[in-house]
Design a binder for this molecule. Sequence first.
Ligand SMILES: [Zn+2]
Length: 285
Amino acid sequence: MSDTLIRVLAFTFGALWGSFLNVCISRWPAGQSVVAPRSRCPNCERPIAWYENVPVLSWVALRARCRGCGKLISVMYPLVELAVAFTWLISVANFGPTLTALRVAVFATLLLGIAMTDARHYIIPDGFTVFGLMWIMAFSVVGLITAEPGPFAPPYEALIGACAGAGAIAIAGWLGEVALRKEAMGFGDVTLMAVVGAAVGPQLALLTIFLGAGIGTVAYVLIIYPVRLIRLKRERRARPETPDDGEGIVPIIPFGVFLAPAAVIALLWGRVIIDWYLASVVRYG
Ligand SMILES: [Zn+2]
């Protein structure tokens, strides 16, 4: 098979998985099944035919509107489909048509789903994390047998990594709770870090938490806090009688949104980052 054909197939597969990921993202936080019923319009409940459900293309062809009730279909759907399609394309372009490409693509797809539900609902569904843990553990064994571990941890490291990831984030959450005197970390973050730790091993699981905290801090200072401040000011102007008690200025931060990209960075470049860090410590320390 030619390289181009393989890449086209990877992109198409990715788009289809992206379409399924949309179903998971919209249904799991509501406690619904992803298998039944068939896809329908969330507004008018009209069932969606297969030709209205082709990734990206249908959204464009329908001009982003339901054919039944005319309600706008969120741009989230084609964007998620495109993101997953490109994830699978980039994986195959980098690792070739290999087991490693499949594992990287599935891992990144899972993390995208987790980041989306955490951002939208502050929920990390067990559907993602339980499947992720089982998939990663199973393929760490497959990687050992086929002698193709790729960037993933081998089975024993994966087991220790799951415990280290979950344990470290639980400790961080516990100390955060003591310091802030309120719930700082959801249990979803613990399950997410078990999955990440199984994929990258204990050392890079800790790196993921550091990177996630770093990305989160930058996002908080540059985006989340200013946006929140502007919105609160606007609300006060609209309703001046609301008491200014300083409440609501510190929003809940879905940490999974930042752990997800951090995990991909740790998987692909974690060794390089740690080597670079150790070299700088030796040079300046
Ligand atoms: Zn409709």
